[in-house]
Design a protein around this ligand. Structure first.
Ligand code: NDP
Ligand code: GDR
Length: 345
């Protein structure tokens, strides 16, 4: 008999890839669907799985709807991916972020305790919890120091997951995932913002890409690889927490340079600090400008993960490296630019 899984955040980047993976493995896949005024199914549509998942109305703010979704789905595996996941917005909406990104984890764990305490639970933890990183690279042993309301909310969700595992004996695991991207990434995140804008610039549909801190360094992997790590965690006899990362770090500036070269844009960096610009070497046109609006009140400067434990215990390792990721994203946006770009209204 096929296994049943419930995914919160099924309309997000990871939710869509995870739904696809679980369907391939023969699962019955259910998703908690928050009612919105806009169409949020484009990723599931793009992966060709929208008709194969069972969407159940519910919201992470509403425990009763989560319990009902657990009952209706008879889920044996629960993946809590739903969140207000954009770090920048968490300064503008800190209370909503605390509720949706933080407290929702305990709602789910309580609902699971009531409906099916034998189910297995995955919490989408994050490298943002390391924040002002206390060690390089960061592993499961590195102390946390979050730098945003988002990071603080995720830290609560992380520790309540650990706590329910230890106090109630639930099979509850957290994946401490470093940044992972794809052609299905939301347009507000820096990688997709860069590839979508450069594709429009390349085709003459836009002129300038405005960015904030070019020096921030991230360990960027491919979302398709990372959802495989989530699934592997829930197949272990014992629950635990795992870092999932590539072990490589690159700056935002490097991401732009690499993407520009794939888009056949001859970009050169001139100036320093707020005056730094990305200039087309041939025409002299400014293509990348710094806009202080995109700087954060507190920044996470450097993230690089050590996924040794995931490699040794889960047999997990990334298949796509930085170059492969930028190439995949840039080419997808170049191909899309002729038509409507998913993620942009
Ligand atoms: P997305 O922002 O793409 O997806 C977030 C999902 O949460 C969407 O499906 C959204 O639904 C849903 N959601 C938001 N608010 C609610 C609510 N009140 N009730 C129900 N659902 C809601 O995130 P990703 O797919 O990139 O990330 C998945 C998870 O992993 C998130 O928790 C994120 O914080 C975490 N994470 C992500 C990393 C990354 O690099 N991508 C790294 C580490 C952790 P809707 O479409 O309707 O808005
Ligand atoms: P992050 O991702 O905050 O790491 O959170 P994001 O892509 O938003 O920022 C990465 C870095 O780029 C810098 N940056 C900019 N960021 C955005 N969005 N827009 C800009 O114009 C810009 N210019 C520079 C940022 O300052 C930052 O340093 C993501 C989310 O998916 C979280 O949910 C997840 O938990 C973490 O990754 C791991």
């Amino acid at each position: 008999m096929s296994k049943s899984a419930l995914i919160s955040g099924i309309t997000g980047q990871d939710g869509a890839y995870l739904a696809q993976l679980l369907l391939e493995k023969g699962y019955a896949v259910h998703g908690l669907l928050a009612r919105r005024g806009t169409d949020t199914l484009w990723r599931l549509r793009e992966l060709g799985v929208v008709g194969e998942v069972n969407l159940i109305d519910g919201d992470l703010i509403d425990l009763s709807s989560m319990a009902r979704a657990l009952e209706r789905s008879a889920a044996e595996e629960i993946y809590n991916l739903g969140a207000q996941s954009f770090v920048g917005t968490s300064w503008d909406q800190p209370v909503l972020t605390a509720e949706v990104t933080g407290v929702s984890a305990v709602r789910f764990l309580e609902a699971m305790r009531l409906v099916n305490p034998r189910a297995r639970f995955y919490q989408a933890s994050t490298s943002e919890m390391f924040g002002k990183a206390q060690a390089v690279p960061q592993s499961e042993k590195t102390p946390f120091y979050p730098r945003s309301p988002y990071g603080v909310a995720k830290l609560y969700a992380h520790w309540i997951t650990v706590n329910y595992r230890e106090s109630h004996g639930l099979h509850a695991s957290s994946g401490i995932l470093f940044n992972h991207e794809s052609p299905l990434r939301g347009i507000e995140f820096v990688t997709r913002k860069i590839t979508a804008a450069l594709a429009r610039i390349r085709h003459g549909a836009d002129e300038v890409l405005e960015l904030g801190n070019l020096d921030a360094r991230r360990d960027w992997g491919f979302a398709g690889d990372y959802v495989e790590g989530m699934w592997r965690m829930l197949q272990q006899a014992e629950p635990d927490d795992y870092v999932i990362a590539t072990g490589e770090t690159h700056s935002v500036r490097e991401f732009v340079s690499r993407a520009a070269s794939i888009a056949d844009i001859d970009l050169e960096w001139r100036g320093e600090g707020l005056d730094e610009q990305g200039v087309d070497r041939v025409s002299g046109r400014v293509l990348v400008r710094i806009n202080p609006q995109f700087f954060r009140p507190a920044e996470v400067d450097l993230l690089i993960g050590d996924a040794t434990q995931a490699r040794e215990r889960l047999g997990w390792s990334p298949r796509v490296n930085f170059e492969g990721l930028v190439d995949m994203m840039m080419r997808a946006d170049l191909a899309r630019v002729a038509g409507p770009v998913p993620g942009i209204a």
